[in-house]
Design a protein around this ligand. Structure first.
Ligand code: 4YB
Length: 464
């Protein structure tokens, strides 16, 4: 059953279980009381600089104890928080922040914010004075305001900011945790960035249960995971973990998502003693919508409690708990669902034997000599190859066929690209076999948690 909150969750846990461990920073346990004191201290600092309820605050950076405190403090002040990928190009940032009505910017490093954005001072946890904790700056709870802004990675144009209430995040978390066991005493590694919905998903599950969050340097991953019972990983992270000698792990559950999850991966994890859950989620739904314990099929189960699913002409439509209020644009919240509340995902899906299968993005479909090619159909086969970690199939223009597929491969050492077409024969139809294979350049792996398909496409184009 889900917790009913009558305060901001971290304040409520500080009242109910002040000495329980809220966070483990590297190896150091932090109690709920101490965490609440830190958040209060940071609220005072931000308030002192001028941050007020209703304003927008961007937090740029990789995960850190300070970044998480910033996220909680901004919410507690009733301001909108926009976690930003520190790799976001400055020009894009300058374009976006005014549209998103961002008043303040904070980052660990001094960052050049656009003129319209005032910079908040960097601080370190040690500097926060947690003694004067009686004065509490706190917006009303429950908060029905749109307080979190999470950028989507659209395939074209400017990213959009999905806005959620804290309640929406908590009900998304509650639905998953009705299925997946995660209790007080368990610890979830903050293994994905806060600027992505998957990182925020970890935060709200932790808050929902009053369990323990683990914040550590993520390299190497097996060290970061030591002692953790739960983690959220994208498939590539789990592949890499399995290549390390992950024997000291006490992991009970790994929630996978963000991309197609090969059965080969979850089976190898199972052999290493790691139980996986296969999830399907997205920014607009505040992370996971469907999930199941990994089994022999490549589906993602059915909607979790509180969510509904419908297939319309093979497109996945979703609604229910976790859904964003809309996209923020110039002070307004533009609805993202139809008049019945359905969000049209642009993902193609099928229901077979009572579970949902994700076929791919509708926008990725292209045509070659009149035949439709869904790149994900080819990618799913390529990643079965033991030396392939990730694969992206993109179209290139072709005089004879209109477009032809080429594959860009993130491979382990030793892969012979020239043998891949032969390896693919019989596994996919002839017209799906890529014309060319390239190695994924390292710079395309730097961005967020996912490689941008658009960037791959542009890189391939730049080769010709
Ligand atoms: C998929 C997919 C799948 C998403 N098969 N395509 O907490 C979690 O749920 C979680 C745990 C571990 C890793 C990631 C997550 C996420 O939240 C992922 C959410 C996400 O990726 N959001 S997104 O807005 O960046 O992209 C959404 C899109 O990603 C979907 O519309 C799908 O196209 C794709 N996707 N899960 C195949 N299991």
């Amino acid at each position: 059953t889900s917790t009913v909150f009558s305060h901001w969750p971290w304040q409520q846990w500080a009242n109910e279980q002040p000495n329980a461990t809220a966070i483990i920073r590297e190896q150091q346990p932090i109690s709920w009381q101490h965490l609440a004191d830190e958040v209060n201290a940071l609220c005072r600092l931000f308030y002192h600089h001028g941050v007020r309820s209703g304003q927008g605050v961007a937090l740029s950076g990789k995960n850190s104890p300070e970044l998480l405190l910033g996220y909680l403090a901004i919410l507690q002040l009733g301001a909108r928080v926009l976690p930003l990928n520190p790799q976001l190009p400055e020009a894009l940032q300058a374009q976006l922040l005014p549209i998103l009505n961002i008043d303040w910017g904070w980052s660990i490093h001094s960052l050049a914010w656009p003129d319209s954005v005032k910079s908040l001072p960097s601080f370190s946890i040690e500097q926060l004075s947690t003694s004067n904790s009686r004065t509490q700056l706190m917006a009303d709870w429950p908060s029905v305001q749109a307080l979190t802004m999470t950028l989507t990675s659209g395939s074209s144009g400017l990213p959009k900011a999905a806005v959620h209430t804290p309640e929406a995040h908590l009900t998304n978390a509650a639905g998953l945790l009705q299925r997946m066991q995660f209790e007080a005493g368990d610890s979830w590694l903050l293994s994905l960035p806060l600027f992505h919905v998957s990182g925020q998903g970890v935060i709200w599950r932790w808050l929902q249960k009053g369990a323990t969050l683990v914040q550590r340097n993520m390299h190497p991953l097996d060290r970061a995971l030591a002692g953790c019972t739960h983690a959220s990983l994208v498939p590539t992270q789990l592949w890499r973990l399995l290549e390390q000698n992950a024997d000291k792990l006490v992991l009970k559950q790994v929630l996978l998502g963000g991309a197609s999850i090969p059965v080969e991966l979850t089976e190898r994890a199972q052999q290493a003693g790691i139980s996986c859950w296969c999830g399907y989620g997205m920014t607009e739904m505040a992370s996971t919508t469907c999930a199941k314990p990994a089994d022999a099929t490549a589906g993602v189960g059915m909607p979790l409690p509180g969510r509904e699913l419908q297939l319309v002409d093979n497109e996945i439509w979703l609604r229910g708990s976790g859904q964003a209020l809309g996209y923020w644009q110039q002070g307004e919240v533009r609805p993202l669902s139809d008049s019945q509340g359905w969000f049209h995902t642009r993902d193609r899906g099928e229901i077979r034997n009572g579970e949902l299968y994700i076929c791919g993005r509708m926008d990725n479909l292209f045509f070659s000599g009149g035949e439709g090619i869904q790149p994900e159909d080819i990618e799913r086969v390529l990643v079965i190859h033991p030396l392939i970690e990730q694969a992206f199939v993109v179209p290139v223009d072709n005089v004879e066929f209109g477009q032809r597929p080429v594959a860009v491969i993130d491979a382990l050492p030793g892969l012979d690209l020239s043998q891949l077409s032969i390896w693919l024969e019989g596994k996919i139809t002839r017209f799906q076999i890529p014309d060319e294979y390239y190695v994924l350049p390292a710079e395309l792996k730097l961005g967020g948690i996912k490689v941008s398909r658009l960037a791959v496409k542009e890189w391939v184009k730049s080769l010709s």
